[in-house]
Design a protein around this ligand. Structure first.
Ligand SMILES: [Zn+2]
Length: 70
């Protein structure tokens, strides 16, 4: 049975590529018809749903904390 450290390591390994890719993707200042987090269609909006908005905000916070944000 996996302990908390194993689960955390699996989570980090699973999310790291997405977090790194997102770091290099420019963030538009205006809505471009696509969700800023998952690139799904979101006409006139910045996000396709509340979950993506929450995930994007969490990502921005992580980038800020880790000094990855320009
Ligand atoms: Zn989305």
């Amino acid at each position: 049975m996996a302990d908390v450290a194993d689960l955390a390591e699996e989570h980090i390994e699973r999310e790291a590529p997405y977090l790194l890719a997102a770091c290099h993707r420019p963030v538009p200042r205006v809505a471009a018809g696509q969700c800023l987090y998952c690139d799904a269609e979101a006409p006139g909006l910045r996000f396709c749903d509340a979950d993506c908005r929450a995930d994007w905000e969490r990502l921005q916070e992580r980038q800020r904390v880790n000094g990855w944000q320009s």
